[in-house]
Design a protein around this ligand. Structure first.
Ligand SMILES: [Zn+2]
Length: 59
């Protein structure tokens, strides 16, 4: 995929064009924020396992 999703900041319209089809303003690439709750819980689980001592061999 070469096309990136873009978004008009003026009318919050998603588009694939560099300019908003609705108002003609420049759109910006809509990059979703990197947020992974699974990693957070993974770390938490690993720490728990380590504290309980039943995660032997798991780094
Ligand atoms: Zn717009």
């Amino acid at each position: 995929m070469k096309t990136s999703l873009r978004k008009c900041l003026k009318c919050q319209e998603y588009t694939l064009e560099e300019s908003c089809p609705r108002c003609g303003s420049m759109s910006v690439i809509a990059t979703p924020p990197k947020f992974s709750p699974e990693d957070k819980y993974g770390n938490y689980r690993r720490r728990l396992r380590k504290e309980r001592g039943d995660g032997y061999g798991v780094h």
